[in-house]
Design a protein around this ligand. Structure first.
Ligand SMILES: *Cc1c(COP(=O)(O)O)cnc(C)c1O
Length: 429
């Protein structure tokens, strides 16, 4: 698979020259002097997103309240409009997607709406490698239903602390499970789960299934409708480049629509009649029913520019480049920093079909190596206790930057310079 790569820097330059997506790099504000490997935590600002955000600020300046109806894209239907633009990235119909709120809030509203414990089916199935916020939320939901999380939250185990085996997850799907909630891509190892297989197995057992796609939205094309996923939600400030705290999104399969949202509010009302101010709630027939209050438009506007960029670049082309970038990164790590000499272990799947957008690099000295990388102008991120995540992003990372990153790592290891850094952990790591 990697035999066609070579280890010299000229080869990296030739990959960049052949790269049809390379021109997109100039559409982003790259940090001067920095190689940004952190698109999986916070994507960079594109000029396109800056433009859509500034336009909305101008509209506010010039139109005031009339922006709701008279802005270039009227604010009243802005979220619906962006949802329709995002739906193709997820293999969904426009009415199944909504851009709204934040990831954790969307989890709460979706799971609270779908979870109907009855008879012996009272459990929620997750996994032991899941993102903590998701676990906290589900425990709170169980407690609000008078169900003890100790007994009713099943965490499917991982055998190695890195990966999940779909068959183990399916093995936990018994008659006591009501809902299964999994990540599409694991935030630490970057493993991509088989959404189609898990969904089919869950449905065969009478279980509803939802996915947290925070680490795959914008990195991996999805086919929610073909896979028949029940619901999903994701973060837009990672690969979707919607900015810090930017508005998130959710998906509800049309089979379940119309649906009553647990967090009902006037923005989830049938759109055409919202301003009738009727005291009887009538939910929108679309996933828009899951909006609650007035949308956070200034935190949504950057997504407009970003979605236009995605349309231009194409999610399938981006996925192909992403896999080539991570293949190349793994090739260079294997070649230049073999585990036996460097102590690095590639903690991400080597098979393309099981890999998301980043590569997890494990090392017992990961914390200090991460610090040394930052001093050299590489921006990765660190996950306690031993993982450096490197996310080369196909919209704005070059193959040469991947080469440079690995060479910095090699120098850091060979010189032992990481020993100059403290072992103490910062507040955000
Ligand atoms: C980033 C991320 C979140 C973030 O949730 P917020 O509500 O935006 O803080 C949630 N779940 C997963 C798996 C994530 O990767």
């Amino acid at each position: 698979m990697t035999a066609h790569f070579k280890e010299d820097r000229d080869f990296a330059c030739s990959l960049d020259q052949e790269d049809r997506l390379a021109p997109f790099i100039d559409r982003f504000y790259k940090l001067p002097g920095i190689i940004y490997m952190d698109g999986n935590s916070l994507g960079l600002l594109s000029k396109d997103s800056e433009k859509s955000l500034l336009r909305m600020i101008e509209e506010w300046k010039e139109l005031g309240i009339n922006g709701w109806m008279n802005a270039e894209i009227p604010w009243f239907t802005y979220s619906e409009k962006l949802a329709a633009l995002q739906a193709p990235l997820m293999g969904a119909l426009s009415e199944e997607v909504m851009v709204s709120s934040s990831t954790t809030i969307n989890l709460h509203s979706l799971v609270r709406s779908f979870f109907k414990p009855a008879g012996n089916r009272r459990k929620i199935l997750m996994d032991g490698l899941n993102f903590p916020s998701d676990i906290y939320a589900v425990k709170a939901i169980l407690m609000d239903s008078d169900l003890d999380p100790e007994q009713n939250l099943l965490l499917a185990p991982s055998t190695d602390g890195r990966f999940l085996d779909e068959n183990d997850l399916i093995g936990c799907m018994d008659e006591s499970v009501s809902i299964a909630l999994f990540p599409s891509v694991l935030y630490r190892s970057g493993q991509l789960l088989d959404i189609s297989k898990l969904t089919q197995a869950a449905h065969e057992r009478g279980i509803l299934v939802g996915f947290d796609c925070s680490h795959s939205a914008g990195a991996v094309p999805h086919s929610f409708d073909d896979d028949d996923v029940d619901f999903a939600f994701w973060c837009n400030y990672k690969y979707m480049n919607n900015g810090p705290g930017g508005t998130a999104s959710l998906f509800i399969n049309r089979r379940h629509l119309p649906m009553n949202p647990s967090l009902a509010g006037w923005w989830g009302y049938a759109k055409e009649r919202q301003f009738d101010m009727n005291l009887e709630f009538k939910p929108s027939e679309s996933a828009g029913a899951f909006q609650t209050g007035t949308p956070h438009l200034l935190s949504t506007a950057p997504l407009e520019g970003s979605l236009a960029l995605y349309k231009e670049a194409g999610i399938d082309r981006l996925r192909r480049k992403s896999l080539r970038l991570t293949d190349y990164l793994i090739f260079l790590l294997d070649t230049l920093l073999p585990e036996a000499e460097s102590g690095f272990h590639v903690g991400s799947p080597r098979e393309q079909a099981r890999r998301g957008g980043h590569v997890a690099l494990e090392h017992t000295e990961a914390l200090r190596i991460n610090e040394a990388l930052k001093s050299r102008g590489i921006l990765p991120d660190f996950r306690f206790p031993n993982v450096i995540r490197l996310a080369p992003v196909p919209l704005y990372t070059s193959f040469t930057e991947v080469w440079d990153t690995v060479h910095h790592l090699k120098e850091i290891i060979e010189s032992g310079e990481y020993r100059n850094y403290s072992k103490k952990r910062g507040d955000v790591a």
